[in-house]
Design a protein around this ligand. Sequence first.
Ligand SMILES: C[S@@+](CC[C@H](N)C(=O)[O-])C[C@H]1O[C@@H](n2cnc3c(N)ncnc32)[C@H](O)[C@@H]1O
Length: 262
Amino acid sequence: MSQMKNFTQADVAPTYFIEFLEFLDNHRDIKRLRAECNQRMNLDRGKKIVDVGCGIGGATFPIADVVGPTGLAAGIDLSARMIEQARRRAGGRPELVFHISDAGTIPYPDGFFDGARSERLFLYLPDRLAALKEMKRVVKPGGYVCLLDTDIDSTAVYSANREMARKMTSLVAASMPNPNSGRELPALAKQADLKNIQTEVFAMATPHSFFLRAMAGSLTKASEDGIVPKAEVEGFLAEQAALDARGDFFQIWMMVLVSGTV
Ligand SMILES: C[S@@+](CC[C@H](N)C(=O)[O-])C[C@H]1O[C@@H](n2cnc3c(N)ncnc32)[C@H](O)[C@@H]1O
């Protein structure tokens, strides 16, 4: 797991990334955030929505359930393996379409959609403003854009050693292209000239099993790369396992939701 890349290269280890996404798809708070996002896009039957960086379609499917066969829920993702899995799960439903494509080149004409959304994508993008402008391009005037992202640099982990916990969460943040993506979304939306911008912040707790998926690989890699002593990482991971064993493991993920109109 230590050689694991992040979601900029999901095809390197598709099974790992698919399991990661499936875990979150079933998380109560993620379901709630997706419903909030759909509400902000005024989702209804017959609407057309694009989900950029859709992964295996965890958020695209609930959209398809609402828009129905007269609407469209289109998922776009850079990863061929994620799209393959999303298509398999779609089972030929006409309102669900998935494309392999970069967020910077959405394969639809100007103003085609009623809304565009993305979830935990901007923290991986090299040019976030260009991607947001591309989302705006494919949405009709008055339509909606909804961005949801994790602010990885704000992750909080309970530990008896606060400094060590801060060091470890900072190391994980440093392994991501845009670790402050969540807190940067409101300014980005303004820069892209979205109208009626609304921002909301949510915190969600995740279990030790998810901590191992989301953080342990990056920490082990950092120790192998000589960025941090191996003993410190091992000590921190051992402490977290012990906390979990006695029911005291606690990790908080910060999520930021920004919506606006075109
Ligand atoms: C953390 S996953 C989130 C997936 C999905 N939005 C969800 O909520 O389940 C990030 C996704 O963004 C995709 N991705 C990364 N860079 C991309 C890019 N430049 N263009 C399109 N998709 C990209 C990855 O392949 C991955 O599926």
